[in-house]
Design a protein around this ligand. Structure first.
Ligand SMILES: [Zn+2]
Length: 201
């Protein structure tokens, strides 16, 4: 946005006028002779460029100089700023969406590698650690788990309500639910035996 310097009159400007201009500036119109009258005080435009009849806004800049700019241009500049902010926000949302979808793909790929001989789900109890929750009983050598156990055997010390399916889904960037990646290292270590069996058979 282009600003135009205004020449202050030789005589001292009264304090009230200064305060009024400082408080958010003042609107005025460029006269035919290049004079911008602000609250009755005529200020001369130092440079050409503003047509007579142009509505301007007058204020003091950071150096204390009296300047003005066309109101139309101020509006355009403000709109451009809003548009830029909106575009930035849109980009931020899109990045977040892509990130969440990448997390979903990663979790799906990861969990698909876990091959158990029984049906299982992802369970969570209290913490952000995601366990392998057994939907069926599982016996393998000395390992014995009933339906509703975590594979690692972790359970709540306070009560038995340690699996909440509504709690064990995450949302991807498009709002679709997905099973989080199993993160309990004890569960993963125990699941490793079936992975190994599958790979060597
Ligand atoms: Zn576990």
């Amino acid at each position: 946005m282009k600003t135009y310097a205004l020449e202050r009159p030789r005589r001292m400007l009264n304090q009230l006028w200064t305060i009024q201009v400082q408080a958010g500036g003042q609107d005025a119109v460029v006269a035919a002779d290049g004079i911008v009258k602000v609250l009755g005080v005529p200020l001369r435009l130092k440079d050409a460029g503003l047509e007579p009849g142009t509505a301007v806004h007058v204020w003091f800049d950071q150096t204390g100089e009296c300047v003005c700019a066309a109101i139309d241009e101020i509006k355009r500049a403000k709109q451009a700023l809003r548009d830029a902010e909106e575009a930035k926000e849109k980009q931020r949302r899109e990045q977040r969406r892509q990130q969440l979808n990448a997390e979903r793909t990663e979790a799906q790929k990861y969990n698909a590698r876990i091959t158990l001989p029984v049906r299982w789900d992802v369970g969570r109890w209290n913490t952000n650690r995601y366990h392998i929750y057994l939907l069926e009983p599982l016996t393998a050598g000395r390992l014995k788990r009933t339906q509703g156990d975590y594979l690692c055997g972790a359970r709540s010390k306070t009560d038995n309500k340690w699996y909440d399916p509504s709690d064990t889904w995450l949302l991807d960037g498009d709002g679709n639910r997905f099973q989080p990646k199993v993160t309990c290292t004890a569960c993963l270590a125990l699941a490793q035996r079936w992975k190994w069996m599958k790979e060597s058979s």
